[in-house]
Ligand binder design. Structure first.
Ligand SMILES: NC(=O)c1ccc[n+]([C@@H]2O[C@H](COP(=O)([O-])OP(=O)(O)OC[C@H]3O[C@@H](n4cnc5c(N)ncnc54)[C@H](O)[C@@H]3O)[C@@H](O)[C@H]2O)c1
Length: 256
């Protein structure tokens, strides 16, 4: 087991990539401190982990609210001990060209996607620094590298995660804390399944998405979870400040 005796704080565990990471990490021996605003599905993930013999503490937590994060970090550390793995998964998106976007829409995406990563790190790092052990993984996106019309706020939040990762890695490398990020391509999560279902021609949209990935299929949440596991565990102990792109080859081509 690659995460035996580790305590991992994972956000966005109710569904999609966060759910896959929480379940895989629990199977690998970690106790999971789980945060999500979706109480029903967040509880279901925790119950699945516990039914499999794993340990999980879930609280309905909005990762953009400082007091809620601080409370969950404290409860998690009290229940399982020092948190030594942090995976910041939560990210949201909506679509609007920049010239039609309200300031409130811009600020909401930046707060949930980027400020939340500052807040979880802010409250979890002191424990990692005291024990001189920790691995932090931020989930970014290929949209931090490539331009997709309609997503200026989302792209800005995801691009900033690369800089945050490099800066944090440099600051804490000598203290035993590593910081990396992952840039996924298009992954078949509930969010994207809903987009397909709402489209006038789901089959054509799906085929278009598949064509953007040279490997010829969409990603599955587990494809990203295995990357997060590598970055969280000691097998990646000489890696920090980097972005692991897991995208079916999408960013290898100038033509999408
Ligand atoms: N799915 C993709 O194709 C894709 C591609 C690249 C990057 N990503 C990134 O991966 C991450 C996960 O994406 P996903 O597709 O699994 O998303 P998802 O929408 O399927 O799941 C996101 C989870 O976050 C939770 N959440 C939303 N706002 C929250 C908040 N304020 N506080 C706590 N929980 C909150 C939701 O309830 C949900 O459970 C995101 O950061 C996303 O930007 C996804």
């Amino acid at each position: 087991m690659r995460l035996k005796d580790r305590v991992a704080f994972v956000s966005g565990t109710a569904m999609g990539i966060g759910e896959a990471i929480a379940i895989l990490f629990a199977q690998e021996g970690a106790a999971i401190v789980a945060a999500d605003v979706n109480e029903e599905h967040g509880s279901a993930t925790a119950e699945r982990i516990q039914a499999g013999g794993g340990r999980c503490l879930f609280r309905r937590t909005d990762v953009s609210v400082e007091g809620e994060i601080r409370a969950l970090v404290e409860d998690g550390a009290r229940e399982f001990g020092t948190i030594d793995v942090l995976v910041n998964v939560v990210g949201i998106a909506d679509e609007n060209p920049l010239h039609e976007m309200e300031l409130s829409q811009w600020e909401r995406i930046l707060k949930v996607n980027l400020t939340s990563m500052f807040l979880t790190s802010r409250y979890i790092l002191p424990g990692m620094l005291a024990s001189r052990r920790g691995s932090i993984v931020h989930i970014s996106s290929v949209q931090g590298i490539l331009g997709f019309p309609g997503y200026p706020h989302y792209a800005a939040s995801k691009g900033a995660i690369f800089s945050l990762t490099r800066q944090m890695s440099r600051e804490y490398a000598a203290n035993g804390v590593r910081v990396n990020c992952i840039a996924p391509g298009t992954v078949e999560t509930p969010l994207n399944i809903q987009v397909l279902e709402r489209s006038s021609n789901p089959a054509a949209l799906r085929a278009g998405w598949e064509r953007m990935h040279p490997i010829g299929r969409l990603g599955q949440p587990i494809d990203i979870a295995y990357g997060a596991l590598y970055l969280a565990c000691d097998e990646s102990s000489w890696m920090t400040g980097q972005c692991l792109t897991i995208d079916g080859g999408m960013t290898t081509s100038a033509l999408l």
